[in-house]
Write a protein that binds this ligand. Sequence first.
Ligand SMILES: [Zn+2]
Length: 261
Amino acid sequence: MASRVLAATTSPYSLVAFTALGGAIVVWGVVNAASAIGAMNAGAEPAPAPVVAPVIAPEPPSPPPPAFVFDAPLPGQVINSPFGLRQMPWEENGRLHEGVDIAAPAGAPVHVATDGIVMKSGVSSTYGRFVEVAHKDGFHTFYAHLGRDAGLKRGTYVKRGTTIAYVGNSGRSTGSHLHFELRNKAGKPLNPALFMGKTFAEKDDLPLKAAAKVGRKVRLAQVSRWPDGVKAPDRLAANGEGVVTRAKGGRVRVRINVVDG
Ligand SMILES: [Zn+2]
């Protein structure tokens, strides 16, 4: 027992601690002496040290991080087919284009629009190769007609801007482009154009109502080429708007003017 106490008091650590403490006291003493001498040299009574509030500019409170930040999946590229009712030349009826088409050269990297988790990647006959990403608050983004995906496994966390795939022309596609969708937690498609490249400070700022609206106008799509394996219907409008009727449940029918001859 006694030998242990002795060992502790003579250990090098105790010595270091003792020296450091001594050093601190000495420095403190010198500083006090110096200020006292300074006061006397000025010929004044040593006045009590004035209490001066430190002049530090108050830091502006850092704003809270925005609730949502959405990037464009292909920054700098334009939407060449918007969200809304659209009729392809080989279709007899207009139907909802549930996302936007962004033209880009094959192989261009596709960035995830906002932080999320890779949910699914696969191939569909219409959408071709696709990747689906889940985001907070139940939002989903969908990237289709891809050349290839970036090989990210299901469940991978992806930060906004991460390359998740590359542009291609797979599935029922009329040229190299990205089909990009944004859906709400109910699975309803939203107009991605109202989100791309935008920051929303609060969740209430999200334009959810406006983005879910589908205009009445049916756009007749112009395509440079028809996808492989798509046959023209017998009756095909040369051009014109057609007659749109809205059935219950949001289904839209378009009667096309039949062109004789
Ligand atoms: Zn599309």
